[in-house]
Design a protein around this ligand. Structure first.
Ligand code: NAP
Length: 490
């Protein structure tokens, strides 16, 4: 099935600044390739500092008029954008699958997921309530109102090119902020297509601006935004080292920051778990996007008493997964994003085996399919010293560790600097509340493997970051409080 678009003009190849499509000022280009074949199929601007500055100029100029609209007026733009995203779900899904590699059904699913945030924040735009504060002395009225923080810089990763951008742009626009955005080097086209649809939704000039850049020039673009005091907030999704760098650099102008960073999710199967449900939950959580998600289980702990049974049931499912290009209708696991990603996965598996782990299924590159494919893999006999438990593998690898006691496994699950998602399966209600309470994680799945939803607060603790996307709290990240006090009232 070719991943061609019914509306080829959705494949934009320019920066979007002040409602006009531009080349990079110095004309440099960034090639975009299909990870299934490593062939280049598009070019976008490889932007420089001047482009980043022009985007801020536009966003800053647009801010007063945009913030002056009512929430309901801003919602109308978001609703039109939402309708257009749904109308072009198939084209957007194809674009995601082509540049990112996930199977087509997942690409289409990501579009719906992205659209759900746009709809949610269109609804929330009118609900940015303040507070009336009971005055402690007579003769005063006190209240708190929320106002937009100003120009927001949004920087996103490649693994969900539609959802990550929608989760930031929709609340920012709803709150009354204007936006400058930079998508990841590997996946600029989906983000530009979403911007094209926002343009069609009639968004005023300068409210949303996007520049694309190569990995080599990402810092040049983002450094401009970090240094510019007109940019009042940085919202970032990506790796923890880059997030820490952005936090450090944004301190010079004391910007607000939201950081959705890396994870190292534990997945615990207790001896009383419904094993079929646990296997189904792990399959959903682990193999979505080929294991390239921040919330995917990276360490699987299985109780001694059910270890053999669980691994047998899991390996039957994993061995049956169909690996192939996104364009093949029966593919369940696509290529990894690039050669660096496959090298890291292979290195993690080799390290685990060298230190005593055993491969139950998979464990190797699938070179016959292409350079970026890796077989869905189960490792048993994994321990805490191995790279695959210390770092995000970001691939289709399930490392299984045995445990005996609840205290021991909770301590092991928490023994990481990260705290984004955690999962466990049990039928014991008392244990469910006890373990949920003790897990150091921003998101906890109890007998559930699919957690993300626009209605819920998504985000981490510890070195997985701060700030929340989605839910009614998602809007707060883009607003600041203003306290008003009127005196002389008798
Ligand atoms: P990344 O390397 O940190 O890149 C993320 C974004 O930052 C990209 O746009 C990247 O541009 C840009 N960037 C890289 N270096 C930069 C620098 N020095 N200055 C400014 N910008 C810079 O992360 P990734 O590999 O794309 O994504 C995978 C990571 O994201 C994983 O750790 C995953 O867990 C995390 N993630 C977290 C969440 C969450 O919600 N918590 C969701 C999804 C992913 P280039 O693409 O050009 O390098």
């Amino acid at each position: 099935m070719p991943l061609t678009l019914t509306r080829p003009d959705l494949q934009r190849q320019h920066n979007f600044i002040a409602n006009a499509w531009h080349d990079a000022t110095d004309g440099r280009l960034l090639p975009v390739s299909d990870p299934a074949t490593d062939t280049v199929f598009a070019h976008v601007p490889d932007s420089a500092a001047a482009d980043a500055r022009a985007a801020v100029d536009a966003a800053h100029a647009a801010f007063p008029a945009w913030r002056a609209l009512t929430g309901r007026e801003r919602a109308q733009y978001l609703k039109r954008w939402h309708a257009l995203i749904l109308a072009y779900q198939d084209d957007l899904g194809r674009l995601i699958s082509r540049e990112q590699g996930k199977p087509l059904a997942e690409g289409r699913g990501e579009v719906l997921y992205a659209a759900s945030y746009v709809e949610w924040f269109a609804e929330e735009a009118a609900r940015s309530h303040g507070e009336v504060i009971p005055e402690p002395v007579r003769g005063r009225k006190m209240l708190m109102v929320k106002e937009p923080v100003g120009v927001v810089a949004a920087i996103t990763p490649w693994n969900f090119p539609a959802a990550m951008i929608a989760r930031k742009i929709a609340p920012a626009l709803a709150a009354g902020c204007t936006v400058v955005a930079k998508p990841a080097e590997d996946t600029p086209l989906t983000s530009l297509a979403l911007v094209r649809l926002a343009e069609e939704a009639g968004l005023p000039a300068g409210v949303l601006n996007m520049v694309t850049a190569s990995r080599e020039r990402a810092a040049e673009v983002v450094d401009v935004w970090l240094a510019d005091s007109r940019v009042r907030k940085i919202t970032f999704t990506g790796s923890t080292p880059v997030g820490k760098h952005l936090v450090r650099e944004s301190a010079a102008t004391l910007k607000r920051v939201s950081m959705e960073l890396g994870g190292n999710a534990p997945f615990i199967v207790f001896e009383d778990a419904d094993l079929d449900a646990a296997v189904a939950g792990l399959m959903a959580a682990k193999f979505r996007n080929g294991g390239q998600t921040c919330v995917c289980p990276n360490r699987v702990f299985v109780h001694d008493a059910v270890h053999y049974d669980f691994v047998a049931r899991l390996s039957a499912r994993v061995a049956a997964l169909k690996v192939g290009p996104a364009s093949a209708p029966d593919s369940q696991i696509g290529p990894m994003i690039n050669a660096r990603a496959v090298d890291k996965i292979a290195a993690h598996v080799a390290d685990a085996v060298e230190r005593g782990a055993c491969v139950v299924t998979g464990g190797e590159r699938l070179a016959a399919l292409g350079a970026n494919y890796f077989a869905p893999t189960i490792l048993v006999g994994v321990d805490a010293g191995m790279r695959c438990t210390q770092e995000e593998t970001f691939g289709p690898v399930v490392p299984v560790t045995r445990f005996e006691h609840e205290d021991e496994v909770v301590a092991a699950a928490n023994d990481t600097p990260f705290g984004l998602a955690a999962y466990f399966y049990t039928r014991d209600m008392a244990r469910a509340w006890r373990v949920a309470d003790r897990l150091e994680s921003g998101i906890v799945g109890i007998n559930e493997g699919a957690l993300a939803a626009e209605v819920a607060p998504f985000g981490g603790i510890k070195e997985s970051g701060y700030g929340r996307e989605g839910s009614r709290h998602g809007l707060d990240d883009y607003t600041q409080m203003k306290y008003l006090c009127q005196g002389g009232l008798g």
